[in-house]
Design a protein around this ligand. Structure first.
Ligand SMILES: [Cu+2]
Length: 686
């Protein structure tokens, strides 16, 4: 009862004051200063949208207008406890805002703090549909400051987010190469971590990559740097909101330690810290003091070290802030240290790359839940297939298993177990939860979003005290879009109530093509993929069949190996993923090989330890085929590939080659193939 009592105490409904805002979402060229404009989505002409300011007890009346050319939109009020119908998740809780229409949201402001709003439609958040909300307490902030600024952090990419999503799903290394984070054997040797490199490959884990996307800029209030001013000795309250689509930030100030006074809205007992890790959708209120002279930097450095955004306070000579040391991506220990810190509530907080500070955060008032309410524990594993970029909970996407029925009035304790090598900032709509981490359970902090570190665990609990369908999801935009969400649906909405999952129920097909054209051969595939399926057309063509070793030396038919001066094999395949390592294959094969017939094929593909791709197929002509292939990433751009194929109809075929990545789409390739001989050409990936 107590956290809710606290929320009620801060609520003064007597002179309900209606505060009106209008938000116009439009499509226009926009860019931070210094970058070329792209087609962006603005709110009231800018990015981020305006700060919506209220006082506790006010009623918000916000009109959202959709002036986009052809897309629906939506706005979710992140962290605010609002009636379910005002929560702004399109279809699930609130009708989408269609092109040319508007929607009026109205809800009471029940609790103080720093919050934000953003589109919950498609990938619109990446393009600019976000802004801040400040709710001031009636009796002044418990931690006083002389001035305050809202700092909205975000990440900016010039590429269209749909294309970003497709690139991630195609398994491309391009963003890692661009950032210099791509892993290779030579890199592992330099880092003296060759053992860790192959241990990781043995366990079939994708390389650790703290962020999957190469951003063009990181922003504070829509710019790479902003000036806050401030006089010596002044205390400035920074209301920091991470509105990034997929970037964690380290926050630090050149003026020394910062004091955390609120987390995700509610106040916390003041905590001094040198550096904070903030996940997507989290907010922290920090107090900094302007030193006697000079201009000081508050810096938000992206977790992968690929860039930062700055806010300067004071005036005079600039004192730059320090970035944290770059992570050693090759070292298992280093990669997981965040997770280990998170589990050790007595861990030292001011390490150079600290974990989220939850264990040290305390609510100033008790947050324990009522003792007699029914309790239930849910274990939620955070799962995913890094290579295909399919993200899930307990191995299932929202489309496959989207709804968790809950009983109104029960306490849900949730145990998150992160089975992936990425951080996931998990967000619950419509409720604050207690973070069960520190040693002072009674004063566990209340949050709406929690970082679950790679291979780490977290425990939270909340009272399901509000009717409706409440979304729960990873706030990494591309993870959510790929299926990492659930709906908590209370049982008091009627027996046959079925939540409308909207776009979460969709399983769109993505197009991708990859392969090579060389002077002696061409191989490749065109694929339409969704979460569980690949529909693939694959080809293998040799341009001069006499160029290499004979295809079937034992058969005596090598002189009339085929009819034409080229030999082809083309497959139309349906691959169904059972799990990231195992898929079934069904399809048809056409060939002009004189020794073979067109045939139906069926079998399995399996990813073996050390990331060796293997397959076993049988066909309607009674032949069997076994294949295996392995890539060795020699340097970040150069890889060595070896493959072998044994077919009972045509004996052993093998090949080996080198691939050098030039751009996102093109590479140089040279390959020896036992059927087609030696040659070279261009590799492509679209
Ligand atoms: Cu995630």
């Amino acid at each position: 009862m107590k956290p809710f009592l606290f929320l009620l105490l801060t609520m003064v409904p007597i002179h309900a004051n209606i505060v009106e805002y209008e938000l116009i979402i439009a499509e226009e060229p926009w860019a931070p200063t210094g970058l070329k404009p792209i087609r962006a989505l603005t709110i009231n002409g800018g990015i981020p949208g305006p700060t919506l300011r209220f006082r506790v007890g006010d009623t918000a009346r916000i009109t959202v207008q959709n002036r986009l050319n052809r897309e629906e939109t939506s706005v979710h009020w992140h962290g605010l406890l609002v009636p379910n119908a005002q929560d702004g998740v399109p279809y699930l809780t609130t009708p989408p805002i269609k092109v040319g229409t508007s929607r009026v949201f109205e809800f009471p402001l029940k609790h103080p703090g720093t919050y934000w709003y953003h589109s919950h439609t498609g990938l619109q958040e990446q393009l600019g549909v976000y802004g801040s909300i400040v709710v001031e307490p009636r009796n002044g902030e418990p931690s006083r400051a002389d001035a305050e600024h809202v700092l909205v952090l975000s990440d900016w990419i010039r590429e269209n987010p749909n294309e970003v999503m497709r690139t991630l799903m195609s398994g491309s290394d391009w963003y890692a190469i661009r950032k210099g984070n791509a892993q290779s054997i030579s890199g592992a040797m330099k880092a003296e971590a060759l053992g860790d490199y192959f241990q990781r490959e043995r366990s079939r884990m994708a390389p650790m990559d703290v962020s999957d996307i190469a951003y063009d800029a990181f922003l504070i209030n829509g710019q790479k740097q902003v000036e806050l001013g401030g006089k010596p000795g002044q205390k400035i309250r920074l209301r920091v909101i991470n509105a990034g689509a997929s970037s964690y930030f380290y926050l630090q100030s050149s003026a020394g330690a910062m004091t955390i006074v609120a987390a995700d809205g509610p106040p916390v007992s003041p905590l001094k810290t040198k550096r904070i890790l903030i996940g997507m959708a989290e907010t922290y209120d920090l107090i900094v003091t302007v030193p006697q002279d000079g201009k000081w930097e508050f810096r938000a450095t992206s977790q992968d070290g690929s860039g930062h955004a700055s806010a300067f306070f004071g005036s005079g000579e600039i004192h730059p802030a320090q970035d944290p040391p770059t992570p050693n991506l090759y070292s298992m220990d280093h990669m997981l240290s965040g997770a280990l810190d998170a589990m050790d509530s007595h861990g030292e907080m001011d390490t150079d790359r600290p974990a989220a500070p939850y264990a040290k955060l305390h609510s100033p008032i008790a947050t324990t839940l009522q003792k007699n309410a029914p309790r239930r524990t849910l274990e939620l594993r955070l799962t995913g297939d890094m290579e295909r970029y399919v993200w899930s909970i307990n191995g299932k996407t929202a489309r496959e298993d989207g709804v968790i029925k809950i009983t109104r009035g029960e306490i849900l304790q949730m145990e998150f177990i992160n089975d992936t090598m990425m951080h996931h900032p998990m967000h619950l709509h419509g409720h604050f939860f207690r973070v069960i981490d520190g040693d002072d359970d009674a004063h566990a902090p209340l949050k709406h979003t929690i970082d679950v570190p790679p291979m780490g665990r977290r425990t939270i609990e909340f009272l399901a005290d509000d009717q409706g369908d409440w979304l729960f999801h990873c706030h990494l935009l591309y993870h959510m879009h790929a299926g990492m969400s659930r709906v908590f649906s209370t049982d008091d909405q009627g027996e046959d109530h079925v939540p409308n999952l909207g776009e979460m129920a969709e399983d769109p097909l993505y197009f991708m093509a990859m392969g090579n054209i060389q002077n002696h051969m061409s191989m490749g595939m065109i694929t339409m993929m969704n979460a569980r399926n690949d529909f693939t057309f694959a080809w293998d063509v040799g341009f001069h069949s006499d160029g290499g070793a004979n295809h079937a030396p034992m058969s005596g038919m090598t002189a009339v190996h085929n009819h034409d001066d080229y030999q082809y094999e083309a497959d139309l395949l349906w691959k169904r993923y059972i799990d990231p390592n195992l898929k079934t294959v069904l399809g048809h094969r056409w060939t002009n090989d004189i020794e073979a017939e067109d045939r139906f094929i069926g079998g399995i593909e399996y990813r073996l330890p050390y990331i060796i791709r293997s397959s076993v197929t049988l066909d309607s002509e009674g032949d069997a085929r076994i294949t295996a292939m392995k890539d060795f990433q020699l340097t970040t751009r150069l890889s060595f590939m070896i493959n072998a194929e044994y077919d009972t109809g045509s004996q052993l075929q093998w090949g080996a080659g080198l691939n050098y990545t030039l751009t996102k789409n093109l590479s140089l390739i040279t390959e020896y193939d036992s059927d087609h001989g030696f040659g070279g050409g261009i590799g492509f990936r679209f």
